[in-house]
Design a protein around this ligand. Structure first.
Ligand code: ADA
Length: 564
């Protein structure tokens, strides 16, 4: 994928981003489509979302994307797509290779048994809501679900021996000790193979390994003396370059350890106060397929406001955005896709299976990013319903199994009767005093009531993050009454929130304001009637990133707090 560095020297990688052939097929069954008989009457950008373009705005159905791919020889090749929303089926030369459920995560399609030469790649993409086929994207969620090949696209020639995945873990930041786990694949047992690892150009390991199987894992521990540490204040990065036989891979490394200690979150044993926003990865003109420049512009705005934290609400983050957060020192809460799920979903094996698959992909695509400091799931789902507890335990358990190095959490909006908080390392609360209930003057009392209850019910020795709080402001709306929906009201509310959390009190170790930018919401009538313009207007910038009055209020507070 587009990385801020060249990831392979020896491996042949073809960047498939660009303009593909496109056809909107409409309300048809994917099983009824003859992909060899599609009339491609249009074209579409990849990355991009077809329903963010004028011709297909607001439309839902099956679409076909087509391009040509160079199969260099008959050795295994791998198509890597970073996100296809919400469901897709992959064809090479008319042959279906796989389906994929859910957007926002990177997935691979292996191409084998083919002939050398240029091949036709077709991706059928479906942005309809169909719980049976794709239980992850549901229409009632409070954001617009765009459809398309929304992020990167690459074709990798794997050859006969390849690095399948690379996992880099800081074992001990003080001694700069890191563990490197290399998963490899091969068409036949490779036998004696060179393994060379360099860090910032200096060889730190060179040996011959005996690979006796067609797949396996090689683990090595490296002590990178003199390496600099990664932290929000000093986001130092180093570059590992591996060679295994004829394959190679670069991966950036941020040496840091995250842990929870009592009410604090520590990075390299230093307490960190997380100040930031929830951010939807969306834009009216690009859907979820943001161009690189916009991703950087968002990071620059977050830094301008003095942020060191961003919650990727409510789905796995784009690896390009994470690369920028790695460099900027923005800590990221990365979460699996989910929104106000009930026991109906959490006791449905198909829903749990789809969630587990997405968690596996989210961890694999973002494991090596130092900016990702915590994992989340199931935003505001029914963690107060005992029938949901097993679902929470299963998903949080998977995260801990895949990655014991990062704390886990979920955003809870039932703080007074939650029954799953013992399962998390960090207690995260979504609450909207002064917006959905009460007035701005009630905010301190309402927040303190929540903290008191949590501390009295088993959470006294855990960090608390206020993971959502805020107010709506229609962009440009200012009024003498300064009531709800005005920019004045939003600014006054956020001023009161930040003062109480970090000036008057110190119980919480983090805040992610809801939200960074306005975003289009669902067109379901029950949702849109409560969202002026059909947008969630709680951003401190609008959907085109134009600042509201609250922007300067947050900037003044966060910048002052960062120096304290
Ligand atoms: C919830 C939800 C957000 C958004 C917010 C709001 O907290 O997690 O996605 O819908 O409410 O704007 O009301």
């Amino acid at each position: 994928m587009l990385r801020r560095f060249r990831q392979h020297d020896r491996r042949q990688v073809t960047d498939l981003r660009g303009i593909w052939d496109f056809a909107f097929l409409g309300d048809v069954d994917p099983d009824a489509v003859d992909v060899t008989a599609i009339d491609y009457t249009d074209r579409m950008a990849v990355p991009g979302c077809f329903d963010a373009t004028p011709k297909y705005a607001g439309r839902r159905g099956l679409a076909a994307y087509r391009t040509r791919i160079p199969l260099a020889d008959d050795t295994p090749h791998r198509l890597v797509l970073d996100a296809v929303h919400h469901w897709c089926r992959i064809f090479v030369n008319g042959k279906p290779l796989r389906d994929h459920v859910g957007g926002f995560t990177r997935f691979a399609t292996d191409i084998t048994g083919h002939e050398q030469g240029e091949a036709e790649l077709v991706v059928l993409v479906d942005n309809r809501f169909d719980y049976a086929r794709c239980p992850l994207h549901l229409e009632y969620f409070d954001w617009y679900h765009y459809g398309g090949i929304a992020r990167g696209a690459e074709l990798h020639r794997l050859g006969n021996l390849w690095i399948d995945a690379l996992w880099v873990t800081t074992e001990d930041y003080a001694s700069r000790t890191v563990k490197v786990a290399i998963d490899y694949g091969a068409t036949a047992p490779p036998g004696s193979t060179d393994l060379i690892i360099a860090c910032d150009g200096d060889v730190v390991l060179s040996e011959t390994v005996d690979l006796t199987d067609t797949s396996g894992r090689i683990e090595r521990t490296l002590q990178l003396r003199g390496a600099k540490l990664w932290s929000p204040e000093a986001p130092n990065l180093h570059m590992l370059h591996l060679r295994l036989g004829d394959d190679d891979m670069r991966e950036r490394l941020g040496i840091r350890q995250v842990r929870v200690d009592g009410r604090q979150i520590l990075i390299n044993d230093q307490p960190v106060r997380l100040l930031g926003f929830n951010r939807h990865d969306a834009h009216p003109q690009f859907g979820h397929g943001l161009p690189d420049a916009l991703l950087l512009a968002d990071v620059q705005l977050l830094l301008d406001m003095g942020c060191n934290f961003v919650r990727g609400s409510h789905y796995p983050q784009d690896v390009r955005f994470l690369d920028l957060c790695d460099e900027a020192g923005l800590c990221v809460w990365n979460e699996a896709l989910g929104w106000q799920h009930t026991a109906e979903h959490l006791t449905d094996p198909r829903f749990i299976e789809a969630q587990l698959a997405m968690i596996d992909e989210m961890v694999a695509m973002s494991f090596n990013r130092p900016s990702v400091i915590m994992w989340g799931i199931l935003n505001e789902s029914h963690s107060h319903d005992p029938a949901c507890r097993q679902g929470y335990a299963t998903l949080l358990g998977r995260l801990r199994e895949l990655d014991p190095t990062r704390p886990v959490t979920y955003a809870c909006n039932h703080p007074f009767d939650d029954v799953c908080l013992d399962l998390v390392d960090i207690v995260s609360i979504n609450t909207y005093p002064g917006w959905y209930h009460d007035g701005i003057e009630d905010i301190p009392q309402r927040l303190d009531e929540i903290f008191a209850h949590l501390d009295a019910h088993g959470q006294a020795d855990k960090p608390i993050i206020v993971s959502e709080i805020g107010a709506g402001a229609v962009p440009g709306w200012r009024d003498q009454n300064a009531a709800r929906w005005t920019e004045q009201y939003q600014a006054r509310l956020l001023d009161a929130v930040i003062r109480h959390l970090f000036v008057d009190r110190d119980r919480v170790c983090g805040l992610s304001i809801w939200q960074f930018c306005d975003c289009r919401t669902s067109e379901q009538v029950g949702r849109i009637l409560r969202r002026p313009r059909g947008f969630n207007n709680k951003g401190v910038v609008d959907e085109y990133r134009r600042p509201k009055l609250a922007y300067e209020v947050v900037k003044r507070h966060f910048q002052a707090l960062r120096t304290r």
